[in-house]
Design a protein around this ligand. Structure first.
Ligand SMILES: [Cu+2]
Length: 460
């Protein structure tokens, strides 16, 4: 059994990253047609021949091999977590074998990057071994990164508080693990953990990491995904949580190549218990046993109250490279005319309110955008109006029709329940209109653009 360790808590003299670097250099030297090569492993997540980083990857495997094994990553789907778990397990096996072949230790395991650790002041910075030395002798460094540090609001863990694994993806809670889909290489609606911190970390680092078609070429990708995989176990261990218990999820399988280059299939049910996956692994500090309360029967049914649209924009909104402001006309839900009254008239009934961004299409790799509601005209105290952020991770692919989807774009939702009740207490609260304000976190590249098809507010 392997232990996947916290990269920031590796003891002095530990050689985990040194060997990882050597293995990356070795895997990069293998031809792209070799399933254990760095390029092949990266292309399984995503590949597009005309992107600059893929220049020089030829000769490539046959078209039919590419169709079977490349561009397989599952996003906007309830398969997001199990697919990436399988992907990491075989990648770890391949790296570990490469290290053994290079004369290294037999027990190498993939470390995880816990950027959300508030007790560690360096937690949100890419570990130094990945950035120094900044040259190609360092297998862990690549030039295609925009930032080494993630903003604090992009690593928060609200997703852990979500109960259902899968929501309906449209009107209610999005679910921790993503909506029910078929095979979904670039699905519409990202689940709560996939959105934050997963997508936000990808886009904040940017460069290769900012696009699913290049992300897995950055060695930090694998530590990021080990952390997302760890958070899945952390979520389960809280109790009253369960993975989907139905065949459409449990028995769905994906193909990978093992350390010998042989094709292997794994199904979701086979990867639920990490101690049984290949040689087995556990995360440092995270027991792999789920408390009894994690049994399906103990789960309280989620709030069945249907959510109703109470505001919607009616025109597609291109996002500006500076600030985009728009007003949503508020309509109190039917039978709830009191709903959007000022605080003193408002009955403090607990409620859910979600701000949805639908049919998001775009080109290139746009930056993350921060969303604020009802910001005062002078921008004063803007932080108190922060609703969350959007990362358009994979937006270009999601905007392009393919075998697997219509190209209608992406769909994100922000839980603004708490913020809305605070906004009602402020002097600039307007009963008829909600002002939405979107601002890029960093200047967009020239070839990057985003259009939000519809913004709507759903409330129970
Ligand atoms: Cu990812």
């Amino acid at each position: 059994m392997r232990e996947r360790k916290n990269v920031y808590e590796l003891p002095a003299g530990d050689t985990t990253l040194e060997w990882y670097s050597k293995a990356v250099v070795e895997m990069k030297s293998r031809p792209t047609t070799d399933p254990t090569s760095w390029n092949y492993q990266g292309a399984m997540h995503g590949f597009q021949a005309n992107l600059p980083i893929w220049q020089g990857a030829a000769p490539l495997p046959s078209e039919s091999e590419q169709r079977s094994y490349w561009n397989r990553c599952q996003h906007g789907s309830w398969y997001f977590l199990p697919w990436h778990r399988m992907y990491l397990a075989y990648f770890e096996q391949i790296v570990a074998q490469t290290i053994v072949d290079l004369g290294g230790p037999a027990d190498w395991s993939l470390p995880f990057w816990n950027y959300s650790d508030t007790t560690n002041p360096d937690a949100r910075t890419i570990p130094p071994a990945f950035t120094d030395p900044a040259n190609s002798t360092n297998g862990l460094w690549i030039s295609e990164r925009n930032s080494d540090t993630i903003p604090a609001n992009y690593v928060t863990l609200g997703a852990l508080g979500v109960f259902p694994y899968t929501g309906d993806g449209i009107t209610s809670e999005l679910g921790f693990g993503g909506p029910r889909t078929a095979f979904s290489h670039s699905g519409r609606t990202h689940g709560r953990l996939e959105h934050l911190p997963h997508d936000m970390v990808h886009v904040a680092i940017g460069g290769a990491m900012g696009d699913p078609r290049t992300a897995a070429l950055d060695p930090i990708f694998w530590l990021h995904h080990a952390n997302i995989d760890r958070l899945w176990q952390v979520w389960l261990n809280q109790g009253n949580r369960a993975n989907p218990g139905i065949a459409a999820w449990l028995n769905f399988g994906f193909n990978f190549h093992d350390k010998d280059g042989n094709v292997q299939m794994l199904t979701c049910i086979e990867v639920e218990d990490t101690t049984n996956l290949l040689s087995g692994y556990e995360y440092q500090g995270v027991p792999s046993s789920v408390p009894e309360t994690g049994m399906l029967a103990d789960i309280e049914p989620p709030n069945e109250m249907p959510l109703e649209v109470v505001a919607a924009s009616n025109v597609a909104q291109p996002l500006s490279s500076k600030k985009t402001r728009l007003g949503l006309g508020l309509q109190p839900p039917r039978n709830k005319r009191m709903k959007f009254m000022a605080a003193e008239e408002f009955s403090p009934v607990p409620e859910s309110t979600f701000l949805h961004f639908e049919n998001i299409t775009g080109t290139g790799v746009p930056p993350a955008y921060d969303v604020y509601l009802n910001v005062p005209d002078d921008d004063g105290g803007k932080e108190a109006h922060y609703a969350g952020s959007l990362a358009f991770f994979g937006v270009e692919e999601a905007s392009t029709p393919s075998d697997h989807h219509s190209g209608s774009g992406q769909h994100y939702a922000l839980d603004v329940s708490e913020l809305m009740s605070q906004l009602r207490t402020l002097p600039n609260w307007k009963e008829e209109q909600l002002d939405v304000h979107l601002e890029p976190n960093s200047p967009p590249a020239e070839d990057a653009s985003v259009v939000v098809g519809r913004i709507s507010l759903y409330s129970a």
